[in-house]
Write a protein that binds this ligand. Structure first.
Ligand SMILES: [Zn+2]
Length: 350
């Protein structure tokens, strides 16, 4: 038996995952969904105090373990201030710039559990009024949320239930095109999460057994730097972050292959394990790109910084316009799924 990757199922699941707001720090709903999925597949898991889920599937060898992680937390914001006009100032959650969310619809998640909709705009957006609409720097002072309620004062907004510290999530605008592209916010890292979950589902019921006990860590704090880096079982020898490949000038990653990262801002990934991934891609005819990401860190590099003694590596689908309105292609999802399967079935590196 081998793994039959199903593109329709992946894209369906990806649509569901992107549809659940989950900025870092506000991932309760999506983690409940992950737990439900694990329950439905009868997979053992533990939930950490930080809210991450570690699912474990026993292998032929129960003494030596490997761990793979993908993160479901995303970029987002918090209400920083309610202006006298009733508009909201934002404090960003995660690493991105205001221009990446200009014009985007959003939801404000109030303490009551209810949401209010709005749009993130430059204060001087109207070109009929403001001369500097095009040139004004987009920053925390002049970007604001126009809420979709008749509330035009600080008091009126507070009466709605909006408060400083409320989370703000961005409309993902998930779209799958006939030509095989998937466009959405938060493909980083929900695309990898969808692929990882499908591998878990496969091995929860497959006739074939994993060679080693394998942990699947769905982490919920990667965008703020401390995702899947606690409660790593002591027997873990290899730690793989399944996360996006960075595309841009000078990068070799693209939307049609799986990106294997040799080095990011944190330093080189484990040489032997990275070579092992490249060998697996070659042996299994998986289209891959080896790359270096200039401004990037992962849960795997964070695990190393936190002092874990593991071999670490990073691979995943190539994501265009990352941390903005992102895009990838099913070719990249397919190649990433193939490498995931090849890896979990492969021997540990020495
Ligand atoms: Zn990511």
């Amino acid at each position: 038996m081998t793994y039959q990757w199903n593109s329709k199922e992946t894209i369906g699941l990806l649509g569901e995952l992107t549809g659940i707001p989950s900025p870092s720090g506000y991932t309760m709903e999506i983690m409940k969904k992950i737990e439900k999925m694990m329950d439905s597949w009868n997979v053992d898991y533990t939930t950490t105090h930080k809210g991450g889920v570690i699912a474990t599937i026993k292998g032929e060898n129960e003494d030596r373990h490997r761990l793979l992680t993908a993160h479901v937390d995303t970029l987002g914001a918090m209400v920083k201030e309610i202006k006298p006009s009733g508009r909201l100032k934002l404090s960003l959650v995660g690493g991105f710039k205001f221009n990446a969310i200009e014009g985007e619809n959003c939801l404000i998640h109030m303490a009551s559990g209810k949401t209010v909709g709005g749009t993130i705009l430059l204060h001087q957006t109207t070109v009929h009024v403001y001369k500097d609409a095009g040139t004004a720097e987009r920053n925390a002072d002049n970007m604001e949320v126009r809420i979709d309620e008749k509330a035009f004062s600080e008091d009126a907004v507070r009466e709605l239930g909006i408060e400083v510290g409320d989370f703000v999530s961005f409309d993902p605008r998930f779209t799958a095109t006939e030509s095989g592209f998937v466009k959405s916010r938060h493909l980083d890292d929900k695309a990898s999460t969808a692929l990882l979950l499908q591998i878990v589902k496969h091995f929860s019921s497959a006739a074939e057994k994993l060679p080693y006990t394998t942990h699947f860590y769905i982490s919920n704090n990667e965008e703020i730097g401390y995702g899947g880096n606690s409660n790593i079982p002591a027997q873990t020898e290899e730690y793989i972050a399944v996360d996006m490949g960075a595309i841009g000038d000078g990068q070799s990653s693209d939307e049609y292959t799986v990106s294997i990262c040799a080095k990011d801002s944190s330093g080189p990934y484990h040489y032997g394990l990275t070579r092992h991934l490249v060998d697996l891609a070659k042996k299994n005819d998986i289209d891959y790109k080896l790359d270096i990401y200039p401004y990037y860190g992962s849960d795997a590099s964070a695990a190393i910084s936190a002092g874990y003694d593991v071999k670490h590596a990073l691979f995943g689908p190539g994501i265009e316009a990352s941390h903005s309105y992102e895009r990838t292609h099913t070719d990249s999802l397919k190649a990433s799924a193939a490498l995931l399967y090849a890896y979990v079935m492969s021997p540990l590196v020495s």
